[in-house]
Ligand binder design. Structure first.
Ligand code: ADP
Ligand code: MG
Ligand code: MG
Length: 892
């Protein structure tokens, strides 16, 4: 604690850039004050003071005097003292961290009222009812949030008072009723806390300030911070703001507003207003609010002034703002503003609208949208015009719109989906045993758990729609049904879940494709104007991004169809073409022959059959990607993946044996399966190791690539194949494969008379490869970082095993903010990428560098790859627009 440190700032001293110190609310109150807007005077206690308190358990020594000095100044300015008996100054004590956070302490209004000053307030205002209403609100809020009394005790008493009088709204209670209520509230406080409601105004204020500090470490706030990756040591600021009163009769009121529509971005008048009300009343739904536009009839002067202020704010913040205001007897007061939340679609629209208004430039427009928002716009969604029966709402854990029959256990999910049914797996919560069912289901719905629950984490990893923590659902697994507010949903009933909003519907809600995807696909959405407007905005933002980005974006695609789609989505090549699918289906038999081959002849025979099939695949792919690079990865997975399942085969052989029906081939297969069986396939015979021990395998693949390229060249095409060797750990492996490949390429060139210029490179996906990248670059023309495997090998865990088992616990304990398979672990895996890139380029300055793990489509990771100087990222076709946008944002 520094002696000269200043812990309190008057609203006139701060500004909007001081959010770290003054919190969001405080910084913006100061900004509005300095803009000359009507903000009730006040001051802010800094987050630094809170930090001292949290560290030491005591407020900083200087704080008390500093607060006193600011309070004196405020009192002087207002011409009355806090809680002064004949004419009290009242204040609100409002929490306000840098990020707004659920679980932080609520605001306490009307601090300064007491048995004595309530009379003074009544006299000054000429309104007894108002004074007692304010006092009962103070005791209620203070009792609940500062003293920890169960809020329902107050609410029930209020209800009872209304019932006794046979009225429905609080404004129908008169001064006498409220006086009685105050008495009752005070009794409740005494009974629940063993102490009297504090009558000393300064004590009220100090206790409230401390309660705000304490709420920083409340359970809910802590959980929220961990989930949202908000650092735990920021602390919160506290705002002390002189009260203005919206509950002084019909010429008073309180409201909330947006400077433009947060759903569409359209300019207009959006908000709600409530006459004769205070604070949260307007959002709490205690009485019916009116549309903000009606304020024009109620109080034209205030309305006009408010419109003026909203324009000032938009021009000043150059963005959509939301505001809170109060009108006290015809006088307008601004109580809060901030850059407002908006839907994903509105974010794109508003960014382009603001460019058109000349408020921001293109680079700034790129910062106003995110890849996550774009991704959200690309999911199919439920038809907005459909008639729906909403039955509940949970946490939007993994986006998408899923429809299916309700099933309540994993086994049924698998069984039904095998017979072609679409199912939604509904569980109280999921655990690793549910994995098969989760894979089989269209979507997952749980009644417990938050964003880091097992269901949420695994669903996101699989890209599957998930709604979790829908608490209204009572899931009864035993009876295979759930009950929601009286409605019973049996196994087999159709439900629809929206992973983008968390909403749960009964029955089948029709799904419509996203207009943004229609646009990327080149099928511009005709129809609703709304969609056209959105598409136009996305189009412009993507153009900005493409103009500024340095990173190129390629696709992971294995066949011509995916490649063409990727191209439509803007892919500038293929960064990863896996060849294993070319060994599946009908070709499996030939692969079995290859594996079972005892002699060179048998092996060559098998390879000879595979060669033309592979070649055909490549010709199609090179044609689809004509003129663009295509990186083909030679075979990577362990061979036993191509053989029958060990258990099934054993049973088959045993049954045949029993029937004395001897199948020679099955027996040999079984031997091979046993021979190739591995404890740790991920670390076993795969990648380059296969190429080195199965003679002719890699050379066959290289030949297929080379011949395909030659054929395309002869057809006047422009094939740009790159051959990639997976799982290299040392340069020696690469040198051997390289030599053999070069020989094959030379043969094909000689035979066809075409000069091929095929690039040869490697994946960097083992720590040893990253650590010896300088040597490896001697034999590689390009590196592609395989960050999926690199993450597995650097952390020493296998993704398939750990995501379902302990990641939830790790996320809950805050060991990860996010799965390292979702966003690259910059400090560990990322630092290897960085150093390997540097070492590789030191050896070979024109070394091409890319990444082909799933991180290539993750927003935060894309920024990292930009920063470490890679040339391109490669991701699944669907993520390409996201990667393009984020690459643009990183460069802008
Ligand atoms: P939150 O962060 O929950 O919005 P606020 O601090 O903004 O909490 O306050 C809650 C409600 O009380 C809001 O409606 C706000 O406008 C109102 N309010 C806060 N301070 C005052 C004040 N000094 N005078 C009148 N109303 C106030
Ligand atoms: Mg507020
Ligand atoms: Mg790999």
């Amino acid at each position: 604690e520094n002696k000269d440190q200043k812990f309190v700032y008057d609203f006139t001293e701060g500004n909007k850039d001081l959010k770290d110190l003054l919190g969001g609310k405080g910084a913006n109150l100061a900004e509005m004050t300095n803009l000359g807007l009507p903000v009730p005077p006040g001051f802010t206690i800094t987050t630094e003071a809170c930090k001292v308190y949290l560290d030491s358990g005591e407020e900083p020594a200087a704080l008390r005097d500093e607060v006193s000095a600011h309070l004196d100044a405020l009192e002087q300015r207002m011409g009355k003292k806090l809680g002064q008996a004949d004419d009290p100054l009242l204040v609100s004590v409002r929490s306000g961290a840098k990020f707004s956070m659920p679980g932080m302490m609520d605001t306490v209004l009307n601090i300064g009222l007491s048995d004595a000053s309530v009379e003074g307030l009544a006299k000054q205002a000429g309104d007894e009812r108002f004074a007692w209403d304010s006092y009962r609100r103070l005791i209620q809020m203070f009792g609940k949030t500062v003293l920890g009394v169960d809020g329902e005790l107050f609410e029930d008493a209020l209800e009872a008072a209304k019932e006794a009088k046979k009225v429905t709204v609080d404004t129908d209670l008169d001064a006498a009723d409220l006086k009685k209520l105050v008495k009752q509230f005070k009794k409740t406080v005494k009974a629940e806390t063993g102490r009297d409601f504090p009558q000393d105004p300064r004590e009220q204020m100090d206790l409230a300030v401390r309660a705000v500090f304490d709420s920083w470490n409340g359970d809910r706030a802590k959980l929220y911070r961990r989930q949202e990756r908000i650092p735990g040591d920021l602390g919160t600021a506290v705002n002390i703001c002189s009260m203005v009163f919206g509950n002084l009769g019909p010429d008073s009121g309180t409201g909330v507003a947006f400077t433009r529509d947060p759903a569409s971005g359209h300019q207009g008048v959006y908000g709600d207003y409530l006459q004769n009300a205070q604070g949260e009343d307007v959002v709490a739904g205690i009485r019916n609010t009116v549309a903000l536009a009606e304020l024009e009839q109620i109080d034209k002067t205030s309305y006009d002034q408010l419109m003026q202020i909203m324009e000032t704010l938009e021009t000043h913040y150059k963005d959509l703002c939301d505001i809170e205001f109060t009108i006290e007897r015809g006088q307008l007061w601004m109580l809060q503003t901030r850059v407002g939340k908006r839907t994903a679609g509105a974010a794109f629209r508003i960014a382009t609208q603001l460019v058109d208004q000349g408020l921001i430039d293109e680079a700034e427009a790129l910062q106003r949208v995110t890849g996550a928002q774009l991704a959200q716009l690309m999911f199919p969604r439920f038809d907005e015009n459909a008639k729906v029966e909403k039955i509940g709402r949970g946490i939007a854990a993994s986006p998408g719109a899923a429809v299916g029959k309700a099933v309540f256990d994993s086994y049924t999910a698998v069984k039904w989906s095998r017979s072609g049914e679409k199912v939604i797996l509904i569980r109280r919560e999921t655990n690793p045993d549910d994995l098969d069912g989760m894979i089989a289901a269209e979507g997952i719905l749980t009644s417990r758990g938050g964003k880091t629950s097992h269901a949420a984490v695994v669903a996101r990893g699989m890209g599957k729609t998930c709604v979790c923590g829908a608490e209204e659902l009572e899931v009864d697994t035993k009876r295979r049904r759930m009950t929601v507010n009286g409605t019973v949903i049996e196994e087999g009933d159709v439900v629809s879940i929206d992973g983008s909003t968390g909403k749960v519907y009964l029955g089948e809600v029709p799904v419509v494709p996203s207009p943004v995807v229609e646009y990327f696909e080149g099928r511009m959405h005709a129809g609703a104007d709304d969609a056209d407007e959105l598409v136009a905005a996305v189009h412009r933002i993507m153009a900005y991004a493409d103009r500024v980005r340095r990173l190129r974006v390629r696709a992971n695609a294995d066949n011509a169809e995916d490649a063409l789609r990727a191209r439509r989505f803007g892919a500038q090549g293929i960064g990863l073409c896996r060849t294993e699918h070319m060994f599946l289906g009908e070709r499996r038999e030939m692969v079995e022959k290859l594996i079972l081959a005892d002699t060179d002849e048998e092996r060559e025979e098998a390879l000879k059959v595979l060669l033309p099939l592979q070649k055909k695949d490549f010709v199609e792919l090179f044609e689809a990607m004509d003129g663009l690079p295509v990186t083909v990865r030679l075979l990577d997975p362990p061979l036993h993946e191509f053989l029958p399942d060990i258990t099934e085969l054993s049973v088959r052989v045993a049954l045949a044996e029993a029937r004395k029906d001897h199948n020679e081939n099955d027996l040999r297969l079984l031997q091979a399966v046993h021979r190739l069986h591995e404890q740790n396939p991920m670390l076993g015979l795969r990648g380059v190791r296969l190429g080195l021990v199965i003679p002719g395998l890699f050379t066959m693949q290289v030949r297929a690539i080379a011949e395909a390229a030659a054929e395309r060249r002869n057809a006047k095409g422009d094939p740009r194949a790159e051959i990639m060797i997976p799982l290299v750990g040392t340069v020696q492996e690469l040198e051997i494969v390289r030599e053999e490949a070069e020989q094959v390429i030379a043969e094909v060139e000689a035979k066809t008379g075409v000069e091929l210029k095929l690039a040869l490179g490697t994946m960097i996906e083992l720590p040893r490869a990253a650590l010896t990248a300088g040597q490896i670059a001697e034999a590689a023309e390009f590196f592609s970082f395989g960050t999926n495997d690199l993450t597995q090998t650097v952390w020493g865990f296998s993704r398939d095993d750990v995501e379902a088992s302990f990641f939830t616990a790790y996320l809950e304990k805050g060991i990860f903010g996010v799965s390292p398979f979702e966003t690259i672990d910059k400090d560990g895996v990322g630092s290897l990428v960085r150093s390997a890139a540097e070492a590789g380029r030191a050896t070979r300055p024109d070394l091409k560098l890319g990444v082909c793990g799933e991180h290539g489509g993750d927003p935060e990771s894309v920024h990292f790859f930009h920063e470490v100087g890679l040339d391109y990222v490669s991701c699944s076709p669907f993520r390409i627009p996201v990667a393009r946008l984020e690459a643009g944002r990183a460069a802008a």
